[in-house]
Design a protein around this ligand. Structure first.
Ligand code: ADP
Ligand code: MG
Length: 254
């Protein structure tokens, strides 16, 4: 991954810190992160002592068996879950030191998420569903929502309800919702797991197109090695720990 800090890092601090960080500053940094869930009288350690630096621009894959902590790691890095120990810094902000409002504002403005299921609002059109992701749903946001749908090849479907779309189209609407604020950090948890291979490949192609055009970080959890092939780094999880970090995985032979 390149060591050059993209210009968007400078504008990312919600408290208005404008000075760009030194070039080697990672976009996301996990310092001894632990996440424990209460389980009966005991605890389940979903994450245990995870140290990780993700740089932008870049593409990082997160792999591992079911229950190894992949989703937990992604959600902690993305500020969707608070670690029970350790710290996460994203875009120069210590997520644990932000208020809930500041954390929410940072996420909404600079982070994008794509989940396994599109989670669309069933009574809103595709365009309205994209607008749900807007920082402020004003006229400019409406135009941006439509432009993002077009960029993802959904111009003709903007007025359709989710049940009038195919599974692949619904997931592309969810991706448009994630991309409409042009996030610096894009997180995806098994984004292709509910799609056929062609729709999954198409979705990943669009996420990569965005990543490259924006100079963003794309972090993807997947069981499917073809989805994370070509990543700058693959994080292998095992029982809540980092088992290995593999750099620059070559695409598999066909
Ligand atoms: P993966 O995404 O690799 O399948 P997860 O991060 O979802 O793994 O889960 C890691 C561990 O944490 C698993 O043992 C899982 O059962 C447990 N876990 C995840 N979410 C919860 C929760 N909300 N409550 C209790 N345990 C959980
Ligand atoms: Mg998971």
């Amino acid at each position: 991954m390149t060591e050059t800090a993209p210009s968007w890092l400078a504008a990312a601090d919600p408290r208005g810190l404008r000075r760009p960080p030194p070039p080697a500053t990672p976009a996301v940094l996990a310092l001894d992160v632990g996440l424990a869930y209460r389980e009966g009288a005991g605890q389940c350690r979903a994450l245990d002592g995870v140290r990780l630096a993700l740089r932008a621009p870049g593409f990082v894959g997160i792999a591992g068996p079911s229950g190894s902590g992949k989703s937990s790691l992604l959600y902690v890095l993305a500020g969707l879950k608070r670690p029970t120990s350790g710290r996460v810094l994203a875009l120069g902000c210590d997520l644990g030191r932000l208020s809930a409002t500041e954390r929410c504002a940072l996420r909404r403005r600079h982070f994008g998420f794509v989940f396994q299921q599109p989670f669309l609002v069933h009574y809103l059109t595709a365009a309205e569903n994209v607008l749900v992701g807007a920082v402020r749903p004003d006229r400019a946001a409406r135009r941006r929502a439509e432009a993002t749908l077009s960029r993802l090849g959904l111009q003709r479907f903007a007025g359709r309800l989710p049940h009038e779309l195919s599974g692949g189209q619904r997931q592309r609407v969810a991706a448009a919702r994630a991309l409409m604020n042009e996030p610096a950090l894009l997180f995806a948890d098994e984004p292709t797991a509910s799609l056929d291979h062609a729709s999954g490949a198409e979705l990943m192609g669009l996420l990569h197109e965005y990543r490259q055009a924006r100079g963003a970080l794309l972090a993807v959890v997947s069981h499917d090695e073809t989805v994370i092939a070509g990543a700058d780094a693959v994080v292998r999880m095992w029982d809540g720990r980092l088992r290995a970090i593999e750099a620059a995985t070559p695409p598999p032979e066909i």
